[in-house]
Design a protein around this ligand. Structure first.
Ligand SMILES: Nc1ncnc2c1ncn2[C@@H]1O[C@H](COP(=O)(O)OP(=O)(O)OP(=O)(O)O)[C@@H](O)[C@H]1O
Ligand SMILES: [Mg+2]
Length: 310
């Protein structure tokens, strides 16, 4: 699959002493919804600003749509829609009037205005001034502006910031719909994995200006599984522990229950069979999966020793 965005070796210094980005490699697949994750101050906005030419590139390469950014800047930017931080709107104008201004700037067909209003679900806001819009409506209008010129790539910096849980779900559905209907690639940054794990197909995790992980969401899920454990409650812990250690090697007793690293189904069944054959009552077998949030926390742990993935 082609890459919509491909960067290598991006470094960025705001001052001589402060290196904010270290050797950032991004590979955003064409047509994907790419979650760019990292805690506050990780370098998400700085990276996205570089991709949009809002900051001057200091090193490395940026390829977008298969073309090097600098010599093709104009034509590349003409095919990107973006929303960095909060949208800049004229608060004394309605949604339609705001879009009319941008339609003239972009010189795109007038019928795009109704199209993006419908797409973002704000077609019936009528005479309401955007100054009276809720935060969720403002974000929708910001996305409508970003989509006006029918871009191939949408870059959104924390579009769910400040939205309530319902608003976050609505935003997710909106972005999924946009991606599915028009095949547009979406890059969305967030500091909360739980907020976007249901939406994204690919993930990049940045911490202190360094990429910690990049790959399909499935791969992150596999990492999660490898961090999962098995807990078995029996009527004869010590006897059961000895058997479990024989079968699986690593096994520990925690609060009278056997704890094992992730096991495949066959091993679990075999172990259960052994317990039953040894007259050990088995009360409960449960799998405990680390949720993605805790894996994310481990990946972005402040010291390498706290980070089992490094
Ligand atoms: N204009 C600037 N001048 C100096 N330092 C800056 C500037 N903008 C950002 N930084 C620094 O760069 C680092 C990364 O900031 P950035 O805004 O890219 O992080 P972020 O991942 O977007 O964080 P957040 O989740 O809080 O938005 C921070 O340490 C920040 O203080
Ligand atoms: Mg930011």
């Amino acid at each position: 699959m082609g890459h919509c965005i491909h960067t290598t070796g991006l470094n960025y210094f705001f001052s001589k002493k402060e290196q904010v980005l270290h050797d950032i490699h991004l590979h955003v697949p064409e047509g994907s919804i790419y979650g760019f994750l990292g805690p506050n101050g990780a370098g998400k906005t700085t990276t996205l600003r570089l991709l949009l030419g809002l900051l001057r590139q200091q090193s490395g390469d940026i390829h977008i749509f298969g073309q090097p950014f600098e010599p093709n800047r104009q034509s590349i930017l003409g095919r990107i829609g973006s929303l960095i931080e909060s949208p800049s709107l004229y608060s004394h104008l309605t949604a339609r009037e705001n879009l009319m201004i941008w339609q003239k700037v972009y010189q795109c067909p007038k019928n795009r205005i109704e199209a993006v209003l419908r797409l973002t679900g704000i077609a019936d806001t009528g005479e309401k001034k955007t100054g009276q819009f809720s935060l969720g409506m403002k974000q929708r209008l910001g996305i409508a502006v970003a989509l006006l010129h029918a871009p191939r790539l949408l870059i959104l910096d924390e579009p769910t910031n400040g939205l309530d849980p319902g608003g976050i779900v609505e935003m997710r559905e909106l972005l999924r719909q946009i991606n599915q209907e028009s095949g547009i690639t979406i890059v969305i940054s967030s500091h909360l994995l739980s907020e976007i794990e249901k939406l994204v197909t690919d993930v990049g995790i940045i911490h202190r200006g360094k990429m910690q992980f990049e790959g399909p969401l499935d791969e992150l899920m596999r990492v999660r599984r490898s961090h999962s454990s098995l807990v078995i409650e029996t009527g004869a812990p010590d006897k059961a522990l000895a058997l479990a250690q024989q079968t699986c090697g690593e096994a520990r007793l925690i609060n009278g229950k056997i704890n094992l690293p992730h096991q495949d189904k066959t091993t679990i069944a075999a172990l259960n069979h052994q317990f039953v054959m040894a007259d050990i009552p088995v009360y409960q077998i449960t799998g405990k999966e680390d949720d993605l949030e805790s894996i994310f926390m481990q990946m972005t742990a402040t010291t390498p020793t706290q980070n089992p993935l490094l």
